[in-house]
Design a protein around this ligand. Structure first.
Ligand SMILES: [Zn+2]
Length: 92
């Protein structure tokens, strides 16, 4: 019986540690993304606000500006919204 209680406690502690670790990692990622955005490495998806790689393949050209997107869904929404030119995959 005592063995079972110890196992349960150890399991609970491990579970808590894991949850905390994941939370920390998530906070870190958002901060890192904001940092990278500030440095011009990442750009913000104008549709959903997600940070995406500046060299993302999913992109749309609006006059002299190029917007990058996290997904084709976001790109399509943006194209519909502004009637922009699709430049995805053109440089490959
Ligand atoms: Zn998006």
């Amino acid at each position: 019986m005592l063995k079972f209680i110890i196992l349960a406690v150890v399991g609970f502690i491990l579970y808590k540690l894991l949850i905390n670790d994941q939370k920390k990692k998530k906070d870190m990622t958002i901060k890192e993304q904001e940092k990278m955005a500030a440095n011009g490495i990442m750009v913000k998806d104008p549709v959903c606000g997600t940070y995406v790689d500046k060299n993302s393949d999913i992109r749309v050209k609006e006059q002299d500006k190029v917007h990058c997107f996290c997904s084709y869904d976001c790109r399509d929404k943006f194209i519909k919204r502004i009637g922009a030119e699709d430049v995805t995959d053109k440089d490959q």
